[in-house]
Design a protein around this ligand. Structure first.
Ligand SMILES: Nc1ncnc2c1ncn2[C@@H]1O[C@H](COP(=O)(O)OP(=O)(O)OP(=O)(O)O)[C@@H](O)[C@H]1O
Ligand SMILES: [Mg+2]
Length: 429
């Protein structure tokens, strides 16, 4: 790269009908050495004209603008062939606007108000992944040029065929305990896409969620994950569920599956929280998982559901060791004895987590996982023990090609993508 190219800046056009907003955004970008604001437009038509003329790298487009709205302007900019990439900005984080913006070619969607960090991160990310000719590209920050080896991480899914049995409590504490026990790179994915609450247990606000990955789905890599997964104090990186239930529909089973399989390349362990269902998303997740923890409590109804689930996984041909049964609130008064449950299910219980209502509830309300706040408590010891064992378990033959898509086949779901993904993993391992 020549000195000239290295000194090149990311050229940004700001289009917003509010002069104050244009001014504030310009100020936010003023001190960034690699970014230059090349102009401001006060309506959509002006934005199109200026983009065609100046061919900026990035156009920041407000969604609601006079003359021509942001979505129409984004489509016109894309069709003009000027090569500018659009970042849409809006006070409305409505799923329909998001979808329309993406269809019009926007590469990111920033909901106002956003921070300077959010804005700068979005500009750099979009620029780095834009389709401009490579001669025109600059290394935006030195950190982004550092390449790290591709991993082949393991997906540990915390499932439970009945609601309210403690999946999220276990998934969150397990991820933190695995990070602390192994020191490896651990990601936690909230796969309860409509009503995910993992962020609450970790005191994380949904500033960034799985929805922010959508514009990058075809180019997911370590850099994108590094930008868009939240950082928890424990070192666990967290991919939260969409901030609002209706946004869950944007995450199709194909997309969720792709995100999980790409996360393998950047993390040693990917812990996935789930919801009780045999919908496509969950079936795909179970298929691609290396380990499935089946969480349940010692009540007849929960045990009945686990038996059905174990039978289904046998029929699917999952290796026996892929399932780990976890009996939560194992010592609850009136609960059925673990040994009787094992006999009835014909499958060993891998871990028994005791009941500790006060500790678990106070940890939830404080947003601090109990494995960090009270590591000596019995309930935390159960989770830490489980984490150590999972970190040691040899990778099972999970998504072997012969078994690939079996859950989907059984439930008659056409998922050609899933087989493709699995084949790719197998051939790369
Ligand atoms: N070992 C435990 N001891 C006492 N209370 C527990 C224990 N595990 C979970 N709980 C409590 O049980 C309730 C349900 O837990 P959690 O939200 O983790 O379950 P879930 O299976 O994820 O539920 P959902 O179906 O809503 O996703 C919470 O109030 C939690 O604090
Ligand atoms: Mg839950």
């Amino acid at each position: 790269m020549s000195a000239n190219q290295q000194s090149k800046k990311v050229r940004v056009l700001i289009a917003d009908d509010m002069a104050d907003t244009r001014e504030n955004l310009t100020k936010l970008l003023y001190f960034e050495k690699d970014i230059e604001v090349v102009g401001g437009a006060s309506d959509g038509q002006q934005a199109i004209d200026m983009a065609k003329k100046a061919s900026p790298d990035i156009v920041l487009l407000d969604l609601n603008m006079p003359v021509v709205d942001g979505i129409t302007a984004a489509a016109a900019i894309r069709e003009s062939g000027c090569g500018s990439a659009v970042i849409m900005m809006s006070v409305q984080d409505d799923v329909q606007y998001f979808r329309q913006a993406m269809l019009a070619g926007a590469r990111e969607f920033l909901t106002k108000p956003f921070t300077g960090q959010d804005l700068i991160g979005a500009i750099r990310r979009v620029y780095e992944h834009s389709e401009r000719p490579s001669a025109n590209r600059v290394a935006v920050t030195p950190a982004q040029t550092v390449s790290t080896p591709i991993k082949n991480g393991r997906i540990v899914t915390v499932f439970g065929p009945k609601g309210g049995v403690g999946r999220t409590t276990i998934a969150v504490n397990l991820a933190v305990a695995m990070r602390s026990a192994s020191g490896k790179e651990v990601a936690l994915v909230d796969g309860n896409l409509q009503f995910g609450d993992a962020g609450v247990l970790l005191s994380l606000q949904p500033h960034k969620t799985i929805v922010d990955l959508l514009p990058h789905v075809s180019a997911l890599d370590q850099e994108i994950f590094d930008d868009l997964l939240l950082r928890h104090d424990s070192g666990v990186r967290v991919l939260l569920a969409p901030a609002r239930p209706e946004m869950a529909e944007l995450i199709t089973p194909e997309i969720f599956n792709r995100i999980l399989t790409k996360l393998r390349e950047s993390f040693d362990y990917i812990v996935v929280d789930t919801f009780p269902s045999f919908q496509d998303t969950m079936l795909g997740t179970l298929d691609v998982s290396d380990q499935v923890l089946v969480v349940f409590t010692g009540e007849m109804t929960a045990i009945k559901n686990v038996r059905n689930f174990v039978d289904v996984t046998r029929a699917l041909g999952y290796p026996r060791e892929k399932l780990m049964l976890v009996l939560n609130r194992a010592d609850s008064a009136g609960g059925i004895k673990a040994s009787d449950i094992e006999k009835s299910l014909g499958h060993p219980i891998s871990e028994q987590i005791p009941s500790d209502y006060r500790l678990v509830a106070s940890s939830l309300n404080a947003g601090v996982p109990f494995v960090s706040a009270h590591p000596k408590s019995k309930v935390a010891q159960g989770l830490i023990d489980l984490a150590r064992r999972i970190a040691e378990v040899a990778p099972s033959e999970v998504s072997g090609s012969s078994k690939a898509g079996r859950a989907a086949q059984m439930f008659k779901i056409p998922v050609p993508f899933r087989r493709r993904e699995v084949t790719r993993q197998v051939s790369s391992s």
